[in-house]
Design a protein around this ligand. Structure first.
Ligand SMILES: Cc1ncc(COP(=O)(O)O)c(C=O)c1O
Length: 392
């Protein structure tokens, strides 16, 4: 999978595979202004080690970002991490010993899969529908696993504009999930990188907010999708005892998040309104999402289905059962187009006939051409199966 994905980096390939935000739209003059302010006023500290928990002023600014996501926190509840990825890794590392159970959506974030496998978690998937994780299945799953002697340590969820499924958890389900967490003493990791990448509608209350200070939610987010993933800055908000353990884990991992990266974000936020850039990105992404959905209507077989996300970066497509997208990928790469096969988003071997398609990285005409090529290889593969006798 990694080998195939590195092929997808080739220049001639139309990649619908990555989760890359459009960094080209970040204004050059803003970049120059921010970096020259750092050079003029903060050179020594921007090149120096910093505290493990991160810059205090940046944490205070993060409090304001979280308020836009209907999540109330104080700077003391926040630790800056090296991307949201480190927040997920520290959450799992803090709670999960080898063989212990974790619940996650099926599909789940492909980048969380190596985190779970590194910590030897036993991952149990809960399916999603258009209202996100099917929370009514969580308690029966807890009961089943308890009966098997496998108490669940964590539940990992991406409630907003799920990667890869593109769906958002309804408010009713959020309330149900928090009720379960409180009654069953279940720790929840709420991963929210896409809450601001919203094309319409208003934010729903976060799980962190609905927990109401009871201490059963770790909130993970990032500047990757609202500013830059090259600046490796994310954060966690967590109850103080959990945060202390995560701080120890981070000391072991990297001592502190890059101080230049933190400084860049801070100086940017001091001078500019980050919401303007997010609004600009969302306008670009909305057009690209529309181009992808239109191309899918025109190019994919009538038997395929896909999600229609109202935010985030991905569409999740389901192809006829006969098609294994892992086998489709090398054929697609031969035509210079890439996607993520669905199996990468599961730890139980399912998802073979699914694919994740990204719409943030390419302009509309390139997306249209990419989907045209994909449609061609899918049709060819379906013909081969039909010639072989309908995939029997
Ligand atoms: C659901 C989810 N969580 C976490 C991340 C990690 O992002 P980063 O480490 O760049 O903050 C991503 C990136 O694509 C993601 O999609």
């Amino acid at each position: 999978m990694r080998d195939l994905m590195s092929l997808a980096e080739r220049k001639e390939i139309i990649s619908l595979a990555g989760g890359f935000p459009d960094t080209a739209s970040f204004p050059r003059e803003v970049f120059e202004d921010v970096t020259s302010a750092i050079a003029g006023e903060h050179l020594a500290s921007a090149l120096q080690y910093g505290p493990t928990e991160g810059s205090r002023e940046l944490r205070e600014r993060i409090v304001q970002i979280m308020a836009h996501e209907r999540a109330t926190a104080t700077a003391d509840e926040i630790m800056i991490t090296t991307g949201g990825q480190q927040g997920i890794n520290l959450s799992v590392g803090t709670f999960v010993d080898p063989g212990e159970a974790v619940i996650a959506e099926g599909p789940t974030y492909p980048g969380a899969v190596p985190v779970f496998t590194t910590h030897e978690a036993h991952v149990v998937h809960i399916p999603v529908d258009e209202d996100g994780m099917r929370v009514e299945l969580v308690e029966p799953t807890l009961d089943r696993l308890a009966a098997e002697g496998r108490p669940v340590k964590l539940l990992y969820t991406i409630p907003n504009f799920h990667n890869p499924a593109g769906v958002t958890m309804s408010e009713e389900r959020r309330r149900m999930l928090i009720d379960i967490a409180h009654r069953r003493e279940l720790m929840i990791v709420e991963d929210n990188p896409y809450g601001q990448v919203r094309f319409d509608g208003e934010p729903l209350p976060s799980l962190y907010e609905l927990d109401n200070g009871e201490g059963w939610v770790i909130y993970v987010s990032t500047f990757s999708k609202i500013l830059s993933p090259g600046l490796r800055v994310g954060w966690v908000a967590a109850p103080p005892p959990v945060l202390r353990q995560m701080n120890l884990g981070k000391q072991a991992g990297d001592l502190c998040t890059g101080t230049f990266d933190q400084r860049f974000i801070l100086e940017y936020m001091r001078r500019y309104d980050w919401r303007d850039h997010v609004a600009r990105l969302n306008q670009i992404y909305r057009k690209r999402r529309d181009a992808l959905l239109t191309a899918l209507e025109e190019e994919f077989p009538a038997t395929a289905t896909w999600t229609r996300p109202r935010g985030g970066l991905f569409v999740w497509a389901t192809l006829p059962k006969m098609i294994d997208t892992k086998d489709l990928l090398p054929r697609a790469l031969d035509r210079d187009v890439a996607f993520v096969p669905g199996g990468a988003a599961f730890l139980d071997g399912t998802g073979a006939n699914n694919m994740r398609l990204n719409f943030s990285q390419n302009p509309p005409d390139v997306i249209t051409e990419g989907v045209r090529r994909l449609g061609e290889v899918i049709r060819e593969m379906m013909e081969i199966y039909e010639d072989l006798g309908g995939g029997r």
